[in-house]
Design a protein around this ligand. Sequence first.
Ligand code: ADP
Ligand code: MG
Length: 395
Amino acid sequence: MRILLFTGKGGVGKSTIAAGTAALAAAKGLRTLVLSTDAAHSLADAFGTPVGSDPTEVAPLLFVQQVDAQLRFEQSWADIQRYLLSVLDVAGVDPVAAEELTVIPGAEEVLALLELRLHAISGEWDVIVVDCAPTAETLRLLALPEALGWYMERVLPMERRLVKALKPVLTRAAGVPMPGDTFFDALERLHAELDQVHDLLAGPMASVRLVMTPETVVLAEARRSYTSLSLFGYRVDGVVANRIFPTGDADDWRAGWVMAQDEVLTQVDQSFAGLPIWRSEYRSSEPVGVASLTRLAEDLYAGSDPLAEPRGAGPYRVTRTTSGAVLHLALPFVTRAQVGLARNGDELVVTVGSYRRLLTLPAGLARLQVAGAGVDEGELRVRFREAATTAAQER
Ligand SMILES: Nc1ncnc2c1ncn2[C@@H]1O[C@H](COP(=O)(O)OP(=O)(O)O)[C@@H](O)[C@H]1O
Ligand SMILES: [Mg+2]
């Protein structure tokens, strides 16, 4: 099974390209599902047919789903929310206001990805295509379980025992209801499920494609996405340059655009060297419906396999050296000075700009010492060595 995610700035053509790629996969005889985690739900518009919250067949082997995030949200969050509401009630917060307070922005989107997990383990699909919300904020949120891992594994079970033991006393003394088993169970279940989604999407069968239009501002954003996606362990396996003006018979206005786009396209080639860059022309009308979308995808991939397995080892890997090991993390476009590194027990905290990842070190690395770090060829390399080794031996 293959999972393809499409992301990019708003309006660049994510839904169109995702829908087209899915239509092409189905035309090749693969059981294909395309779903959207974007609340804007433009998949139905792209296919030009109404789409339900269950997979709807729009062409042979081609299914479309508009995830009902609200429903998933209520199922996964209900027990946690119920507890929070009871606390807020005691605190005298108006129930309607309290309801609003317990809704986390972005949470619905993340929970839409839980639906993806169910589909992935169902074994029903050869290909799952995901039309993501703009600029992969959602994918970043999926790193949350990793960041909370330490708390969930060590602190939560302790708290749970403690609360259980003290509950009768505390509830009477403080007047605040103590969380019950359903709260802890719900929290643990949600944590485990999100963790599985992250593993799935950072795994070898999944890859992310950056959709962009050849405009400076859009390119800048796509570059930032490439960096942050890599930081969080997602593999980018290609770039789609969409809405390129055709060159022939251009009037002055269009000729101007062609020139401006050409310049940006050169920068795109340089920025994403080594990745396939698929190009799609600006059509004379909106590509709507299975037939137009399939044609668009055929032109886009121009005979190359749209489902080809991504090459290379992915953004994160560990290699052994004679004196220890090196952790490699792809971080395109950044310099060493822009990367913050800190060791926190068996975690490595990597910061780039406003993004921070808590990387849990594999056991083999956790017992080693950090000997140094550098950024080379778009990759952060952290050198580890045996605790007893001196710097002289390192060299
Ligand atoms: N190659 C193209 N040629 C012409 N129109 C396009 C092309 N790609 C996308 N569009 C149109 O641009 C608009 C935005 O595309 P959409 O896929 O909804 O973007 P996003 O999902 O990124 O917000 C839609 O009206 C779509 O039909
Ligand atoms: Mg869209």
